[in-house]
Design a protein around this ligand. Structure first.
Ligand SMILES: [Fe+2]
Length: 247
């Protein structure tokens, strides 16, 4: 008998709690990874305490549709003109730890522009801002767990973590699964980027197969003729094929 069944024996359906699977060893970034400078300060100095999952962790939050505008998923339509750079489509499916699609999940993205500059007060990288590109978007997964964004391929940018440090091109993702413990923040990369080997954020994930789960795949099916290349990025919230996420 599984531990969850033992845990729930004799409880009414209202108080039964199904815990989520814990992470597979090696598939998530280490809290302390000295080459990634910020982890030296923020990594926990004490052993972690694993709290039991209770009703408040495995239910909610619930989002409505009303706050999301159709243009939120097309980052090239948010201003009067078109942004500069290579237009791309990013499409994928969100699944839970049992391979089931997660529908109605809120996905938010943020990214640098084609020149590698964020439209953010703290970004002082001497690359041009694009008045037609903010770099933020959001959408909900459909009934089969699929999402898609239209955007501009972001540029690499320097980040001062170490001498001559450059981040590979990436898009930040935040997802809400069916519960707070299934919130996931991660980064999607592009295939064949020469900066992968030099990036302590990607390299802080010990398992090579897990690292590869953060690299999108060129997808001819998503590519639109005469218009934009397509990339596929599937996300798994828990289980053996879990997408690495940020601590
Ligand atoms: Fe970034």
């Amino acid at each position: 008998m599984s531990s969850s069944l033992i845990q729930n024996q004799g409880k009414s359906p209202k108080t039964r709690v199904v815990p989520f699977r814990r992470d597979e060893p090696g598939t998530q970034p280490d809290y302390f990874f000295p080459a990634y400078r910020a982890t030296r300060l923020r990594a926990p100095s004490q052993p972690l305490i694993f709290l039991p999952h209770t009703l408040s962790e495995v239910t909610g939050p619930v989002f409505g549709h009303s706050d999301i505008h159709p243009n939120d998923r097309d980052l090239t339509l948010q201003h009067t003109g078109e942004p500069l750079g290579e237009r791309i489509i990013v499409r994928g499916r969100v699944m839970d730890g049992n391979g089931r699609p997660v529908s109605n999940s809120l996905i938010e993205i943020w990214q640098a522009n084609a020149a590698g500059r964020y439209a953010h007060a703290k970004d002082d990288h001497p690359a041009p801002l694009d008045p037609n590109f903010t770099g933020t978007g959001r959408t909900l997964t459909d009934k089969d767990g699929f999402y898609n964004f239209v955007t501009i391929k972001p540029g690499a940018y320097p980040w001062r973590n170490h001498e001559n440090a450059w981040r590979p091109a990436h898009i930040h993702f935040s997802l809400f699964g069916p519960a707070f413990v299934t919130r996931l923040i991660t980064q999607m990369y592009f295939p064949g980027d020469p900066l992968f080997a030099y990036d302590p954020i990607l390299q802080s994930i010990p398992d090579e197969r897990a690292r590869q789960r953060l690299v999108s795949k060129f997808d001819l099916e998503t590519t639109k003729p005469e218009w934009a290349l397509g990339y596929r990025f599937d996300i798994v919230l828990r289980g053996h094929e879990e997408t690495p996420f940020e601590r």
